[in-house]
Structure formats: structure tokens, C-alpha cells
Design a protein around this ligand. Structure first.
Ligand code: BV8
Length: 231
């Protein structure tokens, strides 16, 4: 039996039950990430240039929260799915935390399309530096400085050609815990539908853009869906 090709897109909602705040709506983990911060100041290249220290503080605080968080049942269920599906599964995350890696998905099966907290990049040579201290001098070219390795608004998300190829070949597209507010990720469901894939949304609220919606917290809906796919 040939396995279907699956593309999974995750957003901040899959990490909410690990205690990490989402961007736009307060969850049990406290106020929304961007509450009290201007998105312009902490998530745009111009804001970063204007006040890099503010962005460094914002991302340093999130790195500390991620270090104290644990992957939840949804992350682990996707780890099981990734093990079973191998190269038939591509997990694209908008999240910059490392909970998917710690839940068992890594390497070529995982794309952090909006970057990751675990690395910093040099403003000049663009080389990634693992856990490099933002604001420090680049230890590779000794000419640039290190900035958060996250994709700001107005910057190009990572690995888009590979993501688009996977969406064109997908039999099943699953979006988990994302508001669908930010493009190009928010447009992936349309590409999947154009490729005649089945589309399933796992969220607390339905966006009505998918062929199927399953409501509830990710730690309930994701393990249930993975169990179905593995049976
Ligand atoms: C680009 C940085 C060109 C890292 C982020 C007009 C129309 C279309 C597009 C645009 C436009 N004007 C401007 C644009 C482009 C812009 C954009 O989309 N703007 C929006 C505001 C309109 N996009 C860009 O600039 C992107 N770049 O377009 O370049 C290009 C395009 C294609 C190809 C080449 C070049 C760059 C976008 C990246 C911005 N960086 N973050 C960081 O800080 O983490 S965005 C940030 O918000 C996240 O990274 C994430 O991607 C995004 C969305 O957040 P979500 O993950 O969805 O989280 P949110 O809080 O919104 O929602 C949580 C969800 O979880 C909710 O639905 C909730 O119900 C659910 N939930 C909560 N708890 C649970 C749960 N679900 C299940 N269980 C639970 N327990």
C-alpha cells in the first residue's frame, strides 16, 4: 500500500499547551505574544534596524520560555507519524521553537519556514550561528553582527520552492493551530486544494477554508488523527 503524501503546517497553537503563548489571542500561558509589543518593532526588519535591543530582548525572553517548555502530546504524535511516513511526510512549521525536534521530527522532514530561535544569523555573511548571542559580533566573518534567525514581515520565508513542490504533490494537507493570518503560509490550503488534496484543519475555531475541520485542543485532536492515519 503506497502511503499518501502528507504536508502538515503548524502554528503557535500546537505549542500553546506546552505553555508557549500564541501571537494574537491570550491562552492559558498568559497574554498574547504581541500584546504589549508593536509587531512593527519586534517582527519587521525596519523595526529591528531601528531598535535591535528591543527585538533581542523579545527573542531572548522567548528562547528562555522555550527552554523551560516540553513538547506535548501533539508534538509527539507528529513524531510518530514522521517515523512511519519518512520522506512521504513534510512538516512545515511557522513556529520558531524546537518542540517539533524534541517531539521526534527533524532533519529533512521539518522546515522552519519562519526561522528558529536556536540559531542567530550574521547580518553580513548570513551564516547561521547556533545559539549565537544576538547583537554580538559574527564569529565567522568578524565583520557583521548576529541577529535573530527569524523571518521578519517583508522578508522571504525559508525553503518556499521545496514547500511549493510538496504542496503540488500532496494527497493530504493538515493545518494545526494556526490562525491563517500570515502569508504565504495562509495560502497553502488553497494550493493543496488546487492539487486536489484532502485538507483538514485542527484548531479551536474553524476557518471554513478546509474540506474538514476537527475542533479541540491539539493534544486531543492531533493524536486522534495520527492514530487514524497509522491504523
Ligand atoms: C512575505 C516571526 C514575500 C517569527 C512571523 C497582504 C496580503 C497578503 C500578504 C501580505 C499582505 N501584506 C503584507 C503581506 C505579507 C506578510 C503578511 O502575511 N502580512 C499579514 C499580516 C497580512 N507576510 C510576510 O511579510 C511574509 N513574507 O510575504 O515575503 C514572499 C512571499 C512568498 C514567497 C517569497 C516571498 C513573512 C511572514 C513572516 C512573519 N514572521 N513571525 C516569530 O516571531 O515567531 S509571523 C508570526 O505570526 C508567526 O511566525 C506565524 O507565522 C504567524 C501566524 O501566527 P500563528 O502561528 O497562526 O499564531 P496565532 O497566534 O496567529 O494563532 C494561533 C492559532 O492557534 C489560533 O488559530 C488559535 O485558535 C489556535 N490555538 C490556540 N490554542 C490552541 C490552538 N489550536 C489548537 N490547540 C490549542 N490548544
Amino acid at each position: 500500500m503506497t502511503l499518501p503524501r502528507i504536508v502538515v503546517l503548524t502554528g503557535a497553537g500546537i505549542s500553546a499547551e506546552s505553555g508557549l503563548q500564541t501571537f494574537r489571542e491570550p491562552t492559558g500561558a498568559g497574554p498574547a505574544l504581541w500584546a504589549g509589543h508593536s509587531v512593527e518593532d519586534v517582527a519587521t526588519a525596519s523595526g529591528y534596524r531601528r531598535n535591535p535591543g528591543l527585538a533581542h530582548d523579545f527573542y531572548r525572553a522567548r528562547r528562555a520560555e522555550v527552554a523551560a517548555a516540553e513538547p506535548n502530546a501533539a508534538h509527539h504524535a507528529l513524531g510518530l507519524l514522521a517515523t512511519e511516513y519518512g520522506d512521504k511526510l513534510l512538516l512545515v512549521t511557522q513556529n520558531v521553537d524546537d518542540l517539533h525536534e524534541r517531539g521526534g521530527v527533524a532533519g529533512p522532514q521539518l522546515i522552519h519556514m519562519h526561522g528558529q530561535l536556536a540559531t542567530a544569523i550574521c547580518t553580513l555573511c548570513r551564516e547561521p550561528v547556533t545559539a549565537g548571542e544576538c547583537g554580538a559580533g559574527c564569529p565567522i566573518c568578524f565583520a557583521g553582527t548576529l541577529r535573530p534567525d527569524v523571518v521578519f514581515f517583508g522578508e522571504t520565508p525559508k525553503e518556499m520552492p521545496r514547500i511549493n513542490r510538496a504542496l503540488a504533490a500532496a494527497d493530504l494537507f493538515i493545518a494545526i493551530g494556526t490562525s491563517g493570518d500570515v502569508y504565504p503560509a495562509a495560502g497553502f490550503v488553497d494550493k493543496a486544494i488546487a492539487s486536489r488534496a484532502r485538507t483538514i484543519e485542527l484548531n479551536l475555531h474553524a476557518s471554513d477554508r478546509f474540506t474538514q475541520f476537527r475542533g479541540g485542543p491539539a493534544t486531543v485532536t492531533v493524536p486522534a488523527l495520527v492514530a487514524e492515519l497509522l491504523s
